[in-house]
Design a protein around this ligand. Structure first.
Ligand code: NAP
Ligand code: MN
Length: 261
């Protein structure tokens, strides 16, 4: 039998929706081993739920109910709660597969940090500058100096990437994007200077000659690393599954960024 659980914000609207779901959904409730995860909140809540279940991501179907601010990643409105409950009780849903990035960080002592990103990873040094070499499939592209670099999925292209003037990418493309954050371009340092959209056979490698202190972010999470040496990032074969609500990408884009009509 399928199991489900709810990951919710703690405001009154979200908690009321959660209580209704728990009363009316007929599946077994399990936070350890769910097949369905219902998120109630905004994009931050979706990202939190995804990382909580990162190691079993392929067997989970996410339903996102938006009680947050933007909610670009959430497909259902609070007034569609009955529809969500019926879909789950009757196992009648359409599924949208969303691509992920996988990353591996190597530290000076050889220790590795690995994981998946739904929106993006960034490597940044906000108070000073990050000095790194950027290679793509073993070709050294550039010596980067600037605030940092952002690598995003098509799904994350409307998040941080968009603020960096990266392209909005149709999520049905198996591609990922590398965007600069305030690069220095001078006779001493030269970078591509524009976002680059890469196919799923590419691996981005960002390397420092000496171990350095950097901030590394994965979606809503951030880490301060003291002996960073290398980041490798590529398109992952795994997908996140989201329940679909018959709203196309262009409609979501328009609703989130242009107008609500
Ligand atoms: P947050 O600081 O509360 O969220 C930043 C905003 O981005 C929120 O309005 C959030 O929506 C929205 N958002 C998240 N993912 C999105 C997506 N794929 N498409 C469109 N909008 C999206 O932090 P958070 O809610 O935990 O989200 C983490 C994300 O914030 C990171 O993955 C990064 O993309 C983004 N971020 C952006 C900047 C920037 O643009 N300068 C800087 C740092 C981080 P909700 O209101 O529904 O939560
Ligand atoms: Mn948020």
């Amino acid at each position: 039998m399928l199991k489900y659980c709810v990951v919710s914000k703690s405001d009154e609207v979200s908690i009321n929706l959660k209580n209704k779901i728990i009363k009316e959904i007929k599946l077994e409730y399990s936070e350890e081993n769910p097949n369905i995860v219902i998120t109630i909140g905004g994009d931050g809540t979706t990202l939190k739920a995804l990382h909580r279940y990162e190691n079993m991501i392929e067997r989970i179907l996410f339903f996102g109910i938006n009680t947050g601010h933007l909610g670009f990643l959430t497909n259902f409105r609070p007034d569609e709660i009955d529809k969500v409950i019926t879909m789950i009780n009757e196992s009648m849903f359409a599924v949208e597969n969303v691509g992920l990035l996988s990353y591996t960080i190597t530290m000076k002592n050889g220790e590795k940090i690995e994981g998946l990103a739904l929106n993006e990873v960034t490597l940044i040094n906000p108070p000073r500058t990050l000095i790194v070499d950027v290679s793509i499939n073993e070709t050294l592209l550039e010596h980067f100096r600037g605030t940092g670099l952002c690598i995003s999925t098509p799904f994350g292209s409307t998040a941080y990437n968009k603020s960096l003037h990266g392209s909005v990418v149709d999520p049905s493309l198996s591609a990922f994007q590398l965007t600069e954050i305030a690069s220095i371009n001078s006779n001493a340092y030269r970078t591509l200077g524009s976002p680059i959209l890469l196919a799923n056979d590419k691996i981005v490698k960002i390397q420092s000659h000496q171990p350095i202190e950097v901030y590394f972010t994965v979606d809503q999470l951030s880490y301060k690393l003291s002996d960073f040496v290398e980041l490798k990032c590529s398109y992952d074969e795994k997908y996140v599954k989201f329940a679909h609500n018959n709203i196309g990408f262009m409609d979501r884009l328009k609703k989130a960024f242009i107008n609500n009509n």
